[in-house]
Structures are given as structure tokens and as C-alpha cells.
Design a protein around this ligand. Structure first.
Ligand code: 0CJ
Ligand code: F3S
Length: 319
């Protein structure tokens, strides 16, 4: 059995930044750190932070006044920010800057009361946060999740219409939805490509390449991770037997019967330790040393908020 590792895989710049924000906050604030929603959708990351004393909540009302709150990488609505301000919370925003970019565009659309369409998955926190940037009663924001949704959608003024997308969608599926939107509303405006981020794009390209070699693909990621699910979906679409696994414990030996090449990738919120554990397990049951696939080299780094950087500098200076 041979192991092939995709590149890139695992943590993206937005996730690294979010975790760094929490780690700095833990050093700096001598009180409980609350995080609204899972910082990133990975159970290993969440459990690790919980062990360090972080408290996760779904609603701002669960947090005592004057506490420190961190917003998850998926972003929050304007209403959530207002609730936090009202409670006089110290806010540290771990929203990925690429989500923030979409927020800014949707806000502009809202200010101009331009009807806006968001392509995204219903109920996902990023979608809730992005929809929650639109607060103009003279306009409207609509969510479409499929081509069927596009067919069923009616707007008031199709001549003045904007669209945006969630950052972690399937590239091919989103292209189809955008084509359907442009077909139905020829004057619609949107981003040049879509708002799918570089990390989602690169990981999907890598899985497509991997599927040409692998007999089985393991996507390491949690069940609620949109980008990880899209990778697993893509693997299946190529006809390769693909499983989304949260750790090596999910692997069933029967899947590996007559398998020569085992492909491994990891979602943007899955830490490398989980990949290492899968490799260790497979090596134990007879796999050769892993081979790294050549892929795009990601150099993106997102800075953490100045507020934390400054304190970090002071802490470093004082040892
Ligand atoms: O939405 C994001 C800003 C991506 C965050 C990293 O991935 P994950 O798994 O926490 O979130 P998704 O469910 O959005 O992929
Ligand atoms: Fe940001 Fe994309 Fe990662 S939106 S958090 S860089 S998956």
C-alpha cells in the first residue's frame, strides 16, 4: 500500500490567524475567553481550546457583561456585533479577512438598497453572518443554494441586482449556479470570479489531481466543515471511493482491501496532527512511507488584530 499526500492540505491562513488570536488572547487576558460558535469547524481544535479554558457559546446572551468574546472565523451578522457592544464585551474578531471582504461588499449593496443574492448553504454560520450584513428595509437579500432555488427566485428589479458567494463552496457547482443566475438575470453584477477563497480552490484542485492516482481518498475534517465536505463530495464525483474521516479511528480495514494507492487530504480547519496519526496507523498496517504530491505553494499570511499584536510585543519584551 502506498500513501499519497495532497498539497496543499489542512490549515489555511484564516484558520491559522483565528487560532493565533485565541492563543494570544489566552496569554493576555486574565479572565475567561468566550468564543461565539466553534472557532473553526474541527472537533480536535475545539477540544484543544476547551482544555485551555476557552468557553464556546452559540449566543451572545450566554456571555456575562464585560467579558472577552472572540467571533469565529466564519464571521457574524451586524446584529451579533450590536448585541456584544450592548453587553460591553471586549470584542476580538477572528472572522477570516476573506469573509470580511464579502461582508464589506454586501454592506455596500445594502446601503444602496440594491437587491442582493448570496449563493451559499442554508444554516451555515458564514451565510448567516453575510446575510446579516444586509439591513436596509428598502432592499432585500436572497439566499440561493441550488439551481432549483435560482429557478424559483423572483426579484423586484432584475436590472439592479448583485450576487456574492460563500467562501467554501464547490467550484464547479457554484459556476453552474452563477451561469443559471446570469441566464435568468442578464444584468446581474458580481465578483469577477466568485468569492470562493484561494484555500478552498487549491484544495479542490489538489483532490481532483489526487483522484487520478488514488484508489481511495481520505478527507480529514469534521462533519460540519463545509470546505471538508466539498472535498469529499468532489472525490466521490470523480468516481474514487472517498471518505470524510474525523481521525484515523474512523478508518475501516475493509475499505483497504485490494487498495494500492491511498490518497490523503485535509480540510482547511483540520490540523496536521490528524494527518500524521492517519499515516502512523496506515504504516502500522503495512503501508509504505508517504509520497508528497507537488501542488500550489500557499504563501498567504493574515495578520492578527493590532490590539493583540501590541500586547504580544509588550509580553515578549517583558519575557
Ligand atoms: O468559513 C470559513 C471562513 C472557513 C473556516 C475554515 O473552515 P471550517 O471548516 O471551520 O469552515 P467551513 O464550514 O466554512 O468550511
Ligand atoms: Fe478564510 Fe478560506 Fe480559510 S475563507 S478561513 S482562507 S477556508
Amino acid at each position: 500500500m502506498n500513501i499519497i499526500l495532497t498539497n496543499p492540505r489542512g490549515f489555511c491562513a484564516g484558520v491559522k490567524r483565528a487560532i493565533l488570536i485565541v492563543e494570544n488572547a489566552l496569554k493576555v487576558y486574565k479572565k475567561t475567553i468566550y468564543i461565539r460558535h466553534e472557532l473553526v469547524h474541527n472537533q480536535y481544535v475545539i477540544n484543544t481550546l476547551r482544555q485551555k479554558g476557552v468557553v464556546f457559546v452559540e449566543k451572545i446572551e450566554q456571555i456575562p457583561d464585560y467579558s472577552v468574546v472572540i467571533f469565529s472565523a466564519h464571521g457574524v451578522s451586524k446584529k451579533v456585533v450590536q448585541e456584544a457592544v450592548k453587553k460591553k464585551l471586549i470584542i476580538l474578531d477572528a472572522t477570516c479577512p476573506l469573509v470580511e471582504k464579502v461582508h464589506i461588499e454586501v454592506s455596500k449593496s445594502s446601503e444602496k438598497a440594491i437587491e442582493t443574492i448570496l449563493i451559499g448553504h442554508r444554516g451555515h454560520p458564514e451565510v448567516e453572518g453575510t446575510i446579516g450584513q444586509y439591513n436596509n428595509k428598502n432592499g432585500k437579500i436572497y439566499l440561493v443554494d441550488s439551481i432549483e432555488d435560482v429557478h424559483n427566485l423572483s426579484v423586484q428589479n432584475s436590472k439592479k441586482l448583485n450576487f456574492f458567494t460563500q467562501t467554501t463552496l464547490s467550484i464547479t457547482n457554484t459556476k453552474k449556479i452563477i451561469a443559471a443566475l446570469k441566464n435568468k438575470f442578464p444584468e446581474i453584477s458580481g465578483p469577477n470570479k466568485e468569492d470562493i477563497c484561494y484555500a478552498t480552490t487549491n484544495r479542490q484542485i489538489a483532490v481532483r489531481q489526487l483522484s487520478k492516482i488514488a484508489d481511495i481518498i481520505f478527507v480529514i475534517g469534521s462533519n460540519n466543515s463545509s470546505n471538508s465536505n466539498r472535498l469529499a463530495e468532489l472525490g466521490k464525483e470523480t468516481g474514487t471511493f472517498t471518505k470524510l474521516i474525523s481521525s484515523f479511528l474512523d478508518i475501516k480495514k475493509k475499505w483497504l482491501k485490494n487498495v494500492n494507492y491511498i490518497g490523503i487530504t485535509a480540510g482547511a480547519s483540520a490540523p496536521e496532527i490528524l494527518v500524521t496519526e492517519v499515516i502512523q496507523y496506515l504504516r502500522k498496517i503495512g503501508a509504505h512511507k508517504p509520497i508528497e504530491m507537488i501542488g500550489v505553494r500557499e504563501k498567504k499570511i493574515f495578520k492578527i488584530p493590532k490590539k493583540l499584536l501590541n500586547i504580544k510585543t509588550i509580553l515578549d519584551e517583558n519575557g
